[in-house]
Ligand binder design. Structure first.
Ligand code: SAM
Ligand code: DTB
Ligand code: SF4
Length: 333
């Protein structure tokens, strides 16, 4: 039976069901099946594992901006591209504490801090660890994304109380080289292994809308889903096309391709939080609602991502009310 004629009784599953491993063909069949079948399958899986009316809120703060030596073609913080980003030093703990407190008051349960580094030096970690501790002291979950890590550095972060480390694969192994030349896919996998081995929760996802094919999206999702332990958190970013970056003129992504990618991620990683990440500022309420129906159950919440804008907090609160979504931090009667 072809993917096109699949009924709900014969939904697409991993080829090797016993091991729950996903083949590229099965992932591509998921992504390309009729949208109504895909949405039905994804929403059914979602309800088997989560309350579909609840959403996890993470707030981002860029703790060290710009001047990065890497050449990631999407990124406004690379020193190689002329963008409007001003470089800055690592933020003070008081600034971070105030931002995290604001995020907590607005309803966020996790505070995520990003630094534009290729990989942190040990003395950089000396500066980040007090920031993690400040977030923990507020009773929030902590997450950082600092670039490549060595195993001993991951251990240090674990000892400091870090809950999540974000490190994205961004795209498929084959398309990756068209986007980044200064570090390999293997480097990224090694960092992810170090994070997992240290006992830190893994936050790992990618970007859609960089000119990749459906086959590439399937490749990214298979790599994520076939990890020995699937990431606890899977951010799906829609490319933010920033002036001055090599991808600035990339064709806009069809919103339904974002919805399809989220739906496939939900089916392939049924127990992970799937985050509707960068790109929400340019999405309608209806597109976001479809992403939530497809299984997204987390967002970046707060008026800025790292260097680009995110929806206003009051706009998000209005959207939650309109959709009947309640944040995971709220008591639920
Ligand atoms: N420098 C560290 C690293 O690359 O691992 C941490 C920060 S980096 C900005 C974190 C992630 O943000 C990237 O891996 C990428 O997935 C995402 N990102 C960066 N710029 C983006 C853009 N313009 N649109 C969508 N996602 C983006
Ligand atoms: C992730 O997957 N997306 C976030 C976070 N992890 C660090 C970053 C999005 C960045 C969007 C472009 C910017 O604001 O600079
Ligand atoms: Fe640097 Fe991270 Fe941006 Fe790549 S994505 S240029 S590593 S800040």
């Amino acid at each position: 039976m072809s993917a096109v004629s699949l009924s709900t009784e014969s939904q697409i599953h991993p080829a090797d069901h016993s091991a729950e491993r996903w083949s590229r063909e099965a992932a591509e069949a998921l992504l390309t099946q009729p949208l109504m079948d895909l949405l039905h399958q994804a929403h059914t899986v979602h309800r088997e594992h989560f309350n579909a009316n609840r959403i996890q809120l993470s707030t981002l703060l860029n703790i060290k901006t710009g001047g990065c030596p890497e050449d990631c073609a999407y990124c406004p913080q690379s020193a190689r591209f002329e963008t409007n980003v001003e470089t800055g030093d690592v933020l003070d703990v008081e600034v971070v504490r105030a931002a995290a407190l604001n995020a907590r008051k607005a309803g966020a349960t996790r505070f995520c801090m990003g630094a534009a580094w290729r990989s942190p030096k040990d003395r950089d970690l000396d500066r980040v660890i007090p920031l993690i501790q400040a977030v923990k002291d507020l009773g929030m979950e902590s997450c950082v994304t600092l670039g490549m890590l060595k195993p001993a550095q991951a251990e240090r972060l674990k000892d400091a109380g870090l809950d999540y480390y974000n490190h994205n694969l961004d795209t498929s192994p084959e398309f990756y080289g068209k986007i980044i030349s200064t570090r390999t896919y293997e480097d990224r996998l090694n960092t992810l292994e170090a994070v997992r081995d240290a006992g830190i929760n893994v936050c790992c996802g990618g970007i859609v809308g960089m000119g990749e094919t459906t086959h590439d999206r399937a490749g990214l999702l298979c790599t994520l889903a076939n990890m020995p332990v699937q990431p606890e958190s899977v951010p799906i970013n829609m490319l933010v096309r920033v002036e001055g970056t090599p991808l600035a003129e990339e064709q806009a992504l069809d919103a339904l391709d974002m919805v399809r990618t989220i739906a496939a991620a939900r089916i392939m990683m049924p127990e992970s939080y799937v985050r509707l990440s960068a790109g929400r500022s340019s999405m309608s309420d209806e597109t976001q609602a479809l992403c939530f129906f497809a299984g997204a159950n987390s967002i970046f919440y707060g008026e800025q991502l790292l260097t680009t804008e995110n929806p206003l907090t009051i706009e998000d609160q209005r959207l939650f009310a309109k959709l009947g979504l309640s944040p995971t931090g709220e008591s639920h009667g």
